[in-house]
Design a binder for this molecule. Structure first.
Ligand SMILES: C[S@@+](CC[C@H](N)C(=O)[O-])C[C@H]1O[C@@H](n2cnc3c(N)ncnc32)[C@H](O)[C@@H]1O
Length: 285
């Protein structure tokens, strides 16, 4: 267990309100640097690659990739989809921040294209360049989700398909990157170690403070969108756990509200949606 370098404050701020923009731009640069320089990050999350083998939403994305002429994966990481779909490698473009990662991808998948991102939320592609754009477990890491989503739509051709996979945070009253208690770790672990006060406060934070804040955010969003960001993610602490670097409190209704004029989302059955969210829609002409 390690003490955290900052307080238990919950600081979730809207990324569409003007008075937060400067702070969020600085935070965004810090996150982009984290992804481009943190060499251990991709090995730490590589356990997820087998999901492409059998998970229903991943199989749906694989099917869409097979049917696409020009597909773009935004935040491709290790481009694990190509382990299973290497026969359509030449129709695939992946983009992400780390050039070392993209060089590694190119040596594994030489017929695919890998393009580095230099500016977050500015995709280096012309309007309408792709007929399929997808992004898997990236949206929750984005500091300006509205700009990110609109960039994904800009590079998508009219009639093209957008597919997104991400955890369900705001609706489920949780945020993996939020500090709870006085130190890193779960309430149960702390209890077992006899750190009773820390365990109680961790439980209180998880069961009451975080859900109360989520409720306040959902109410503020209403029928519109605010795209709340946790500007104190625990990833800047030493011990990495998946989604300690998640910053956006994902919320499906606001994504739908934001893109309502440009995308017709398809109804998704529960099996396809699963524990996390899968959204798929067609860009209107
Ligand atoms: C949890 S990893 C997922 C990587 C990959 N999609 C996978 O499933 O293995 C999150 C990825 O999001 C990328 N990312 C974060 N912010 C981004 C942004 N604004 N635009 C594009 N990619 C971003 C990171 O560089 C990182 O590769």
């Amino acid at each position: 267990m390690h003490s955290l370098p900052y307080s238990r404050d919950i600081r979730w701020i809207s990324s569409v309100e003007n008075n937060n923009i400067k702070e969020l731009e600085e935070f965004e640069a810090k996150m982009a640097n984290y992804y481009s320089t943190n060499t251990d990050y991709y090995s730490a999350i590589d356990f997820t690659h087998s999901a492409w083998e059998a998970d229903v939403p991943y199989l749906r994305i694989r099917e869409l990739l097979r049917g696409a002429h020009h597909a773009l994966e935004v935040g491709c990481g290790a481009a694990n989809i190509l382990r299973y779909e290497n026969e359509v490698e030449e129709n695939y473009t992946g983009c992400d921040f780390s050039t070392a990662l993209l060089e590694n991808n190119t040596s594994k998948y030489p017929k695919a294209k890998f393009v580095p991102l230099t500016t977050p939320n500015k995709l280096p592609f012309p309007d309408g360049a792709f007929d399929f754009v997808f992004s898997v477990y990236v949206l929750e890491h984005v500091v300006f989700p509205e700009l990110f989503l609109k960039e994904c739509l800009r590079v998508l051709a009219p009639g093209g398909i957008l597919a997104l996979r991400f955890p369900n945070f705001l609706e489920k009253d949780k945020m993996t990157s939020q500090v709870a208690g006085f130190s890193d770790g779960s309430g149960r672990d702390k209890l077992q170690q006899g750190r009773i006060w820390d365990a109680l406060v961790t439980g209180y934070d998880r069961k009451f403070r975080i859900p109360a804040m989520a409720y306040i955010c959902r109410n503020a969003i209403g029928q519109g969108y605010k795209f709340y960001i946790n500007v104190n993610p625990v990833c800047f602490h030493k011990v990495f756990q998946p989604d300690y670097d998640a910053v956006y409190l994902t919320y499906r209704p606001e994504i739908e509200a934001c893109l309502a004029n440009q995308i017709i989302f398809e109804p998704i059955d529960a099996k396809l949606d699963g524990r996390d969210i899968y959204m798929q829609g067609r860009k209107t002409v």
